[in-house]
Design a binder for this molecule. Sequence first.
Ligand code: AHG
Ligand code: MN
Ligand code: MN
Length: 348
Amino acid sequence: MQTSVTTIEKFISEQENRYPDATGELSNLLYDIALAAKIIAAAIRRAGLVNILGSAGSGNVQGEEQQKLDILANETMKNCLSHTGRVCVMCSEEEEDIIPIPANVDAGKYAVLFDPLDGSSNIDVNSAVGTIFSIYRRVSLEGRGTVEDVLQPGCRQVAAGYVMYGSSTMLIYTTGQGVHGFTLDPTIGEFLLCHPRIITPRVGRYYSINESNFGRWDKAVQQAVRGFHGDRPLEMAGKNSRYIGSLVADFHRNLIAGGVFMYPADTKNPRGKLRLLYEAAPMAFIAEQAQGSATDGLNRILDIVPTALHQRTPLVIGSREDVGYVADTLRRLQVSPRPTGTLETSVL
Ligand code: AHG
Ligand code: MN
Ligand code: MN
């Protein structure tokens, strides 16, 4: 049995020790999120049992009504973050407005944004889902945080990461010093370092896109995807297709194995489907830190200045050359960017 392991706690504190001015607050915030991840992972593991236990007439163990997992994940994130004194404001994909911290808690210096349960349609079919988080330093000067603390461009993130609840639970994060991955050992309840310094391949093996939208994309996007099919061999070698419908799982596979994930604008989602603050920006920070890249098709995701909490954006993310190929194709076919950086869709 292996006796020497690196826990997430040890790894983060060793990284932090390199900075003499560090206060430890960001490290503690990451541990808070790791704790939330363990609680959510435990609930997801039992998700398939809920009906079985329910049909035995027992409800759950505490006799509470079972909550939907996305609500449970949202509440868990809030509970693990709001009372720590490290956070001034939160923001969740599940909630309309910013989430203030309780009045009796001192406000900290960080704003935390999250998608508590990403890929939630996969829950019912026992496939991978995740939690995505993004952390900014507050810009408001005092008191509880405000909306301006969360409406910051992605390039100002101080940390971002995701948890993937798959065949095992993994936590991947960056603080701008590379991307590091940990696997939860359920027997000891600790995240252990398994992927230090993840570098994503420059060219990917996979492309990941919901092809049922093909007829709703503009011509340039269709052309780029035809390249991935292998129909334009002089520009792009064909790739293998993989799509789960859970950004965390699709992104994670491509990060490790190499590939490009796209959710472009279409006639149903003219500004794209994914959310800039909870999905695109944190994943873009991770992609860039792993030497990949992320655009809205043309423009760098991390440069987009958000104007609304639930703003959507088209997303092309993953291996650098593949993301570049999509941008070149869109540029060649003269798709014009909007001032916000989202794509103009000249629909067929
Ligand atoms: P969420 O479950 O947080 O609403 O996110 C679902 C997102 C994302 O995870 C995934 O990439 C995308 O929706 C899938 O959309 P389609 O079903 O339209 O392909
Ligand atoms: Mn999501
Ligand atoms: Mn979600």
